[in-house]
Design a binder for this molecule. Structure first.
Ligand code: FE2
Ligand code: FE2
Length: 305
């Protein structure tokens, strides 16, 4: 945002704004109403074929995010119906990115609906989630990582025949497991080298921050919040943030899938992506030395087939 109190909106999203007013810039510091609240964007066109660059007022920001989330959710549901996997994933990544921009303001509330659509869509188009995690985009970000972890986790839940309610909770926990990273400086998140001890200590705060954001700011509790808190814990007590050996089922499951996803992608510029089979062999070593739950790991391997 600039000093004016107006925020530029992305062209690809302008059709989602129904109840929010849109503005266009007339000079360096002045803005005019383009589409009134509740008005129709198609009728707002002022002579030219294309809409100009459009803005919302800063005070409408949270409301605008909710309108975008609704629009994305409708788009995801439509793309699932037509079986367009790439579109589903791209829209989902946009939705999660938009949502994570304000995770402390209660905006995570829109995500359960998204996970519902994906679960409902899976029964009709199982191939969608199966191929989901293998669709890659150019830049590997926390958003893409989270969406991939969710797709792999839903695959595990379907393989395990969990009921819808349990699947929904665990899937949402997977999507939000790294929400605490939104509060970590990007200089640390995107560092093109190994982190220093101090930097790593800051990075290690993301599970507790995520837990707090989910529970306190968004009033989502239970398994979802525990998944964020415990996904870096290990059964031999060598994990963080608490170093506990007493880890919830969701925490143990997300711990394995989180590692698998990060290792099969280039999550750090200095680290090459590994092949799935090579990654599973690598993770099996951690099972042998008591860091990961053997039963969950084996089920996860089968769920990938
Ligand atoms: Fe994490
Ligand atoms: Fe993660």
């Amino acid at each position: 945002m600039d000093q004016s109190g107006y925020i530029r909106v992305r062209n690809s999203q302008i059709n989602y704004y129904k109840a929010v007013s849109l503005y266009y810039q007339t000079s360096a510091e002045s803005y005019c109403l383009y589409k009134p609240a509740g008005g129709n964007l198609a009728e707002a066109r002022i002579g030219q074929n294309k809409h100009p660059e459009l803005y919302i007022q800063e005070q409408d920001r949270l409301f605008a995010i909710k309108e975008i989330q609704n629009g994305f959710n409708r788009q995801i549901a439509d793309s699932i119906k037509t079986g367009n996997v790439f579109k589903v994933k791209a829209t989902l990544c946009d939705l999660v990115e938009e949502t994570l921009a304000e995770p402390r303001s209660g905006t995570l509330q829109a995500l359960p609906e998204t996970v519902d659509s994906l679960i409902a869509g899976y029964s009709e188009h199982p191939e969608i989630l199966k191929t989901f995690a293998s669709i890659s985009f150019k830049d590997y970000t926390t958003v893409i990582h989270s969406v991939n972890v969710m797709a792999l986790t839903l695959g595990y839940c379907f393989y395990s025949n969990f009921n819808i309610q349990k699947t929904k909770k665990i899937g949402l926990g997977a999507l939000l497991h790294d929400v605490g990273k939104t509060q970590i400086p990007s200089s640390i998140l995107k560092a093109p080298r190994r982190l220093s001890e101090d930097e790593f200590n800051i990075m290690k705060t993301h599970p507790a921050i995520g837990h707090k954001i989910i529970r306190e700011k968004n009033k989502i509790g239970g398994a979802v919040a525990l998944g964020a808190l415990e996904h870096h814990e290990k059964l031999d007590g060598s994990g963080y943030p608490r170093g506990t050996r007493n880890i919830s089922y969701v925490g143990q499951l997300l711990g394995i899938i989180d590692c698998y996803e990060a290792l099969t992608n280039e999550d750090r510029p200095y680290r090459r992506a590994r092949q799935p089979l090579e990654t599973l062999k690598f993770l099996k070593e951690d099972v042998e030395i008591g860091k990961f739950n053997r039963d969950i790991f084996e089920k996860f391997c089968y769920s990938l087939i």
